[in-house]
Each structure stands twice: as C-alpha cells, then as structure tokens.
Design a protein around this ligand. Structure first.
Ligand code: AHR
Length: 660
C-alpha cells in the first residue's frame, strides 16, 4: 500500500508543456458563476440493512419491549417461568415479561437477549442498562444483569455481572452502569431472577423496555447514536440530511408507512412497526427486522443539527409502495382533500414540530423532548419515488395545502424510480406544472449509464424546478457491490452535478449504511459490524466533494470532453469565497494514465497546490471492515507552472486540486 501511495504522488507531480498534454482543462478562475448551495452534497438515511436498529441507533437490545410479532420473545431466550403479559405501563407497547419462581431452588428463571447479530462490547467501556420493572406482590427481588459469551470455552460465560434490587410495587425505571472488561463482537445480555440473597428467585418481577446503551454515544445523548457511525457522517460534512427513506416512507401498506408521529415522545411508548425491508427480498429474509422508532424524527432533526446539515424529511403522500401496489387505487388514500387529510396534517404538524413555538401542540412536544429552539426546517419531500396520475393527483392536493399553510417551506416532488423515459418525463412535467421547488430523481445504474450521462445536467431545462439527485449509485460489475471501479464513475459523473450547481441543488448517494450480517441492498456508502466501520470508496468520493464544495461554480472547458458512452477525463471547478481557494476536481475513468494541463485563467503564479487523490484503479477491490483503509484519499503538494497545473493523472483516479 505504501508503495502505491508513493507512485501516485510521483505521478501527480509529473510536468509536461501544455501543448503536449492529452487534455487541457481551462478554468475561468476569476469568473464565479452560480452559488453552490450549502445543501449540494448530503446524505440519504433509510432504515434498510439494519441502518437504524442494530446500526446507527446505539441500542444493543433487540425487541426490548417484547412487541415483535408473531413471537414477542423473538431475540430472547427465556428460561424457567416466563410469561408474556399485555397490560403494561405503555399503552402503545403493552407487552412485558413476567419472571416468576422456577419452582425449585436449583432451577432458574430469566431471559437472555442476543442483540443484533450479537452484542458488541468494548474493553473498559461503560454500558448503561435500564429496565422498567415492578414486583407486583411487593416482595423485593434481585435482577442479576450479566454480559455473557455463551460460546466461550472458559469456565465462566459471564464476564461482567451486577445486581439490581427491584422493590417497587409500581412500575419504575431502574438503571445501572456496567463496564466490559473485554472486547467482544457477539456477546449476550443475561438476566437472572434472584432473591435478595442471590439464590433462585421465589417472587415475581415484571420487566419492560429492557435496554442497554454504550454510555459513550455520539455527543453523549442517552437515547443516542453509535459514536463511530455518527462520526463517519460528520466527517463527510453533509450539507443536507434526508430521512427517513426511501420505500420505508411508503410502507407495504399505508398502516405500515413510516408514521413520524409514532416516532416522537418517550421512547418507551413509540409503537413498534414492521420494517418493510424485512420481507422485500425473500432471498435475503430477516424475520426479526422491526422499527423500534427509537431513532425517530426528534433524533433525526437533532442529528441533522449536530452534523451541520439541513434536515430534509420525506413524508408519505397517501400512497403505499407503488412498486408493490402498482395500479391499485385501493392501496392508496382517496385522492381528495378529505381522503388525504391525515397526510396533509402529518406535513403541517411536522412543520410545527420542527419550527413551531413552544406554546403550540407539536412545538411543545419538541421542547419537552429537549429542544425548545426550533430546528429551522426549510424543506419537505412529499412522496418517495412515485409516479403517474396516482401520484400527481395526490401530491397536488397535499402540496397545495402545505404551501398554503407554510409558503416558506420548499417542496420536493419526485420523478419516480426511472432515470429517463416516459414516466420520468411525465413526472418532471407534472412537477413543473405544480411548481415543485425541487424534483427528486433516482438512478441506480450500471457503468454504461454513467458513461452516457456525462452531459445530463448541462442540457437540462433551466426554467423548471431544481434537481435533487436524491438516490443514486453506480452498480458496476457483478451489479451490486462496492467496487472501486464503480466509484470512479460516480466521481466523474459528479463533475456534471457540480458544473450545473445552478440547477442541481442537492445530491445524496444511496443507501447510506449496511450491517455486514444484515444487508438487503448493496452497494452502500458505509458498512459496519458490531464493532467496526468501513468507509467505502463511494463514501470517500462523496466526502471529497462535500468537504470541497466551495461557494461558487467556476466555468470550465475541457479540450477533449468525452463522447457519449466513452471513458474520459471529466472536470469541474469551484471557488471558495471564504478561503480564496480555487478547487478543481478531475476524474480519469480510463484504464491508462492521461496527461492533463489545468489552466486557471485570470490567475498568475499559483502557490501551494494541494492534491487529494483517490486511486480507484483497484477494479473489484473495496474497503471492508477487516481492511477498512485499503483505498483512502492521499494528500500531496505540487508545483504549478505559473497558472497551469501540469499532471499525469493515473488510470481510474479522482483528484481534488486546491490552489490559492
Ligand atoms: O435505497 C433503496 C431504495 O431504493 C429506496 O428505499 C427506494 O426509494 C429506492 O427504490
């Protein structure tokens, strides 16, 4: 790897006279054009691939409220005498477990949770265990809380253990903090019912909302995010944060849609929802995939704020997933103001939740949850990836009502799942007629598509809504895999997004996260297991754009712009009015190096040219949780010839040049 890095640095330093170069990229460095929107490069979050429960949401207990269906003990092993009851303290999650005497001093009652593909614990880290519990007959008992490794060959399976005395007849939250002496990626949480002397319990303890979080979450929030995963998002510097999806917004049925109102308020009483990705692919089936809504809309807004991103919620337009319910009006709410009232209210109430004063119903709830100041939401997506009259009729009714109540909010419509063609054109036409502010386009496409679309946005209508490239990825060789080779096409294509920042106002690669043991869809930007993270080359492409987005587009001409369908050297440039830098992004998609002269017109002698290069020549190579740093950006400095940066761009390489 070291050798590779040195060679890359040397190649970037090569100089040739301008005339001899394969490409001349001319940047009008003193003629800033359209502003680059702060939202230009962002992230798309959906609870797919265990991105929320089992992923970013740091809860380590699966099925903490005993609500999974059809088996309320899914994720748990019960032993001794355990009964599932349904008259618990939280009306929307009524089930709980009753632990009673096992009937003999040498028998034990208890529960063991398997976590999400195991429970990941780190040596010397603290974990906060909490449980709602009571002793219904008033006889105090002890819950022995243990971290275990049931597969160990050691004498003891448990490697941490603490006792929690339960003495209240009424439901009460009990908490303890336990340190893990070891690092382990697949531990279990075990609870024993004991009497006050530590022997097998003879009384009864009811337990509900059994929870385990690392104390060290992102920004220390108790109902918080996994620190390493949130940090990976922060490091990207996303300008916009779209949530909560994706198809999950639509649901398999309307009842199954992501209902944001169920995702706010006390976590204990957020009703469970089946995750629509549980059953989407029978060849990757996850019967235990539910949404606890622990990562709900309050947490999404808070995270957006902490990442420095504009929050972009997408809400249901009164339609269940069109893919699955295509041509089925009965699957959608009636396309009338009355039929869509619930969905209109969802939008308007959400704006109140995010922005309303604390004396409004929803603004008050936001304040009670810990954020009296408004979240300053500016955008709303209405409907995900939907099309045709089914959508056009409904989005008009919902969007008109939202616009009337909140003209300050920008509305995002969608052009459906296709990147071109009849449906796509009709979608754009309808959105233009309806005066949507932005249109959300989706394109998961092969290399050949990207090669055909170098000029996509150069040729777009400048008079309509702005573009939100809301879900996209290059699905390269073997289709769905995180290949280095896919990322070079994403990098090259994105020069076209940037050149056209006058109409492209947002772009978010998708999906964002995938658990290595629980994915349904790939490629994804970030992979993880219970302890480790791998930022893919696609992640690094996104990060390089977002971290270097500048403030204004600079006009660029390319002496050798590629033909449709061909490989090429693609470029875009921006200036950053804050730092005074000129930033040029260049991608070489060829299998061979190309010499390039980057000429900054209007500048004289350039000082301090920094080159950040991402070598994507590895073909099928990818970063993995085992080898996360196989392909990472490498920074070097180089000298310019006056106002010209002469370089040999290695094969399949993306470079960001920054000059003052
Ligand atoms: O990103 C995965 C899925 O792709 C999204 O849920 C959906 O919008 C698209 O079809």
């Amino acid at each position: 790897m070291k050798i590779k890095k040195l060679m890359l640095g040397a190649a970037l330093l090569a100089t040739l006279p301008v005339a001899a170069q394969d490409y001349t990229i001319t940047v009008q460095a003193t003629k800033p054009g359209a502003p680059v929107q702060p939202t230009m490069y962002g992230i798309f979050f959906e609870d797919i691939n265990y991105a929320a429960d089992g992923g970013l949401y740091a809860e380590l207990v699966k099925n903490r409220s005993f609500e999974f269906q059809p088996d309320p003990l899914m994720g748990w092993q019960a032993f001794g005498k355990v009964t599932i009851m349904n008259d618990g303290p939280f009306d929307k999650n009524p089930h709980y477990a009753r632990l009673s005497s096992a009937g003999h001093g040498d028998w034990w009652t208890g529960l063991q949770n398997e976590g999400f593909f195991g429970i990941g614990l780190k040596r010397n880290a603290d974990y906060r265990f909490s449980v709602w519990a009571r002793v219904p007959d008033g006889k105090a008992q002890v819950l022995r809380v243990q971290f275990c490794d049931e597969y160990t060959l050691d004498e003891h399976q448990e490697f941490a253990s603490k006792d929690l005395r339960i003495d209240s007849k009424e439901w009460k939250k009990y908490t303890l903090v336990m340190r893990s002496p070891i690092t382990i990626d697949q531990a279990q949480l075990r609870l024993f019912l004991c009497d006050e002397n530590g022997r097998s319990g003879t009384g009864t303890v009811d337990v509900e909302h059994v929870s385990l979080f690392p104390v060290d979450t992102w920004n220390g929030h108790e109902n918080g995010m996994r620190k390493d995963l949130a940090q990976a998002l922060y490091d990207m510097r996303p300008g916009v944060f779209r949530f909560p999806g994706g198809c999950i917004v639509e649901g398999v049925t309307l009842e199954n849609r992501y209902n944001w109102k169920n995702s706010v308020g006390p976590v204990e009483n957020r009703p469970l929802n089946k995750n629509r990705w549980e059953s989407t692919f029978t060849y990757r089936y996850y019967p235990d995939y539910f949404q606890s809504y622990g990562l709900g809309f309050y947490e999404f807004f808070l995270l957006s704020e902490e990442l420095g991103s504009e929050p972009l919620p997408v809400l249901n337009v009164g339609m269940a997933c069109q893919y699955q319910n295509w041509n089925d009006d009965a699957a959608h709410a009636p396309a009338t103001a009355e039929g869509l009232k619930e969905y209109i209210d969802d939008c308007i109430d959400l704006i109140e939740f995010a922005n309303g004063s604390t004396d409004t119903k929803w603004g008050k709830l936001r304040a009670e949850m810990g954020h009296p100041a408004p979240f300053n939401m500016k955008f709303i997506g209405i409907g995900n990836e939907q099309w045709d009259d089914y959508y056009f009729k409904r989005v008009k009714i919902v969007a008109d009502a939202v616009r009337k109540a909140h003209p300050e909010i920008k509305i995002i419509g969608t052009s459906g799942p296709n990147s071109e063609g009849g449906e796509f054109d009709r979608g754009w036409r309808a959105m233009k007629e309806q005066k949507a502010d932005l249109v959300d386009e989706h394109f998961y496409r092969p290399v050949s598509w990207f090669q055909n679309e170098w000029e996509r946005y150069d040729l777009y209508d400048r008079t309509g809504p702005k573009v939100f490239a809301g879900e996209y990825a290059c699905h390269a060789r073997g289709k769905k895999w995180n290949h280095a080779n896919a990322s070079i096409y994403e990098a090259a294509f994105m020069t076209g997004l940037e050149r056209n920042a006058d109409i492209v106002h947002m772009a978010t690669y998708a999906p964002l996260f995938a658990h290595v043991n629980g994915w349904q869809w790939r490629p994804d930007a970030i992979w993880f297991d219970n302890l480790r993270v791998a930022k893919t080359t696609s992640y690094y492409v996104q990060a390089l754009y977002a971290q270097n987005k500048g403030t204004h587009v600079l006009p660029v001409t390319n002496s050798n712009f590629p033909e449709k369908g061909a490989d090429g050297v693609l470029a875009s440039a921006v200036t950053d009015k804050g730092t005074g830098e000129t930033i040029v992004k260049v991608a070489n998609t060829f299998d061979q190096p190309r010499t390039v002269a980057i000429k900054l017109e209007g500048k004289k002698q350039l000082a301090n040219v920094t080159a950040i290069a991402l070598d994507l020549s590895g073909g099928d190579q990818e970063n993995t949780v085992e080898e996360p740093n196989l392909i990472v950006p490498v920074t070097s400095t180089l000298k310019a010839d006056g106002n010209v940066i002469n370089v040999t761009l290695p094969a399949k390489t993306f470079v960001v040049y920054k000059a003052k």
